[in-house]
Design a protein around this ligand. Sequence first.
Ligand SMILES: NC(=O)C1=CN([C@@H]2O[C@H](COP(=O)(O)OP(=O)(O)OC[C@H]3O[C@@H](n4cnc5c(N)ncnc54)[C@H](O)[C@@H]3O)[C@@H](O)[C@H]2O)[C@@H](O)CC1
Ligand SMILES: Nc1ncnc2c1ncn2[C@@H]1O[C@H](COP(=O)(O)OP(=O)(O)O)[C@@H](O)[C@H]1O
Ligand SMILES: [K+]
Length: 517
Amino acid sequence: MKFFNAEQIYAADKFTIKKQQISSNELMERAAVQIFNWLHLRMQGAQVKIHLFCGIGNNGGDGMALARHLKEHGYNITVNVVNYSEKRSKDFLINLDRLKDRKIWPNFLERDCEFEEIGRDDIIVDAIFGIGLNRTPDSWVTKLIQHLNDSGAFILSVDLPSGVFMDKAIENTQAVIKANHVLSFQAPKLIFFLPETGIYSNQWEVLDIGLDPEHLAGLETEFELIGKNELLPVYIPREKFSHKGNYGHALIIGGSYGKIGAVSLASKAAMAIGSGLVTAYVPKCGYVPIQTALPEVMVITDKDENHIQDITFDIAPTVIGLGVGMGVAQETSEAFSSFLDSVKSPLVIDADGLNLLSKKKDLLKKLTPKTILTPHPKELKRLIGEWKDDFDKLKKAKAFSKKYDVILVLKGAHTITVYENHGYVNNTGNPGMATAGSGDVLTGVITGLLAQGYEPLDAAVFGVYLHGRAGDIALEQTGYQALTASKIIEAIGLAFIDLFKMPEEPVPQEESNEAQS
Ligand SMILES: NC(=O)C1=CN([C@@H]2O[C@H](COP(=O)(O)OP(=O)(O)OC[C@H]3O[C@@H](n4cnc5c(N)ncnc54)[C@H](O)[C@@H]3O)[C@@H](O)[C@H]2O)[C@@H](O)CC1
Ligand SMILES: Nc1ncnc2c1ncn2[C@@H]1O[C@H](COP(=O)(O)OP(=O)(O)O)[C@@H](O)[C@H]1O
Ligand SMILES: [K+]
């Protein structure tokens, strides 16, 4: 699913209005009816107080139209116009008049006015600003936003939480609505997935307002949200007469005294994701533990007991995953540097492999084209330097990817895989995965996919998805706290199976009644 920017949304509105021969106000009405249906389905006429806060643009217009529908269905509402500007939009004014025709008189909120009391059990509809926000709200609007956030009431935001910009960082965090739920028109927004802005849209849902699908499909976007639809075409099916040689040989290089487990996890994950063969390259102290724990995995040992000092081997791996638990000893750094001089296979580099690259940036030039780097935020900072905000981080990541021809997997709650000018946003995974070793598993997963012949970008994006999905499946058995990296590996098979599950058909009403009787 693509993430559109504000200009693309405005253009799609225009295109749709022309093609479907409707007015902009009819489009607004569609949007408002969708929100009304969403609320009505859940509230079923309950007399909970609903406070609507509407700006003077089209986001406010949506709110005004919603107010009319709520009133007509007997809901207990108050309507407030947040009068932050004189430039009221045409469709806002139409909907204001329609409200007045029904004898509903909004309160006009201005600078220095008193704000109404809001109970903890009330509902707030936030239609103050939408995608048109272009500067930080005034101080009195900021005070209002604080008042709404502090009320403890459930906040439903129309399109996006008021105060969040579509394409730049928040300047004053006090001036942003902290929404409990956001109803986003037509498509999700990138800001829901970035850590600094995502916290303002706790939950979100997309409402289809019928923008022209063909027009939307033809738009080029920098970022997209990855789901099954994007991945099923990438999946490589297994051939009946295939053998293990068809699925590649993954070599996992890493480990040091006390950190051999990282290599175990990555190797086991590479096996579980379907690599034909897996070999672990570790210092001597890793030999017994890996051979004991993982009978399927072969082991090659370094000349040193505790640290990798010389990365040489006489096998021809399809792909190499390097860095987990490896340490940053001087000898390891030198071995890594000479290894890069001769390596030709595709590479996945994680953890200490990234730290070594950060210390000696010259090494970046030696990487195989399209090497996959999988930094967590701290490793990323060491690689690309400090960033001002999430948007700056993405900009720097794109520039870095282009400069060194690498694929950057920016790990986090919503991992974003960046290659050149594009970002692929992941939507699987959960906070239970914030646990030791889950990154090592991801390294194994991506390496194992590359071994099977997936293109580097596909392997990264698909690997991140499957890793998160496996975490979600494991969570059902463990809960958040007891989710461990090993449990993620155990669920990889189910993550593959889940890929081919169709969404469940809703059971027709009569059948479900019969089942209950
Ligand atoms: N395709 C869609 O997604 C549709 C969107 N509609 C709604 O239209 C919204 C966008 O409407 P608008 O473009 O009118 O913009 P907004 O309603 O977001 O903003 C209102 C106006 O305030 C001005 N403004 C921006 N920042 C300000 C500030 N800090 N202080 C004072 N004034 C400021 C801007 O000039 C802007 O035009 C969407 O978010 C959505 O709710 C719907 O009505 C219909 C279809
Ligand atoms: N809150 C979260 N929601 C979803 N996924 C998460 C969350 N926290 C961490 N993860 C995932 O867990 C993994 C953690 O990797 P990393 O920090 O390298 O761990 P380690 O170094 O212990 O292996 C990443 O793939 C990341 O996306
Ligand atoms: K809003």
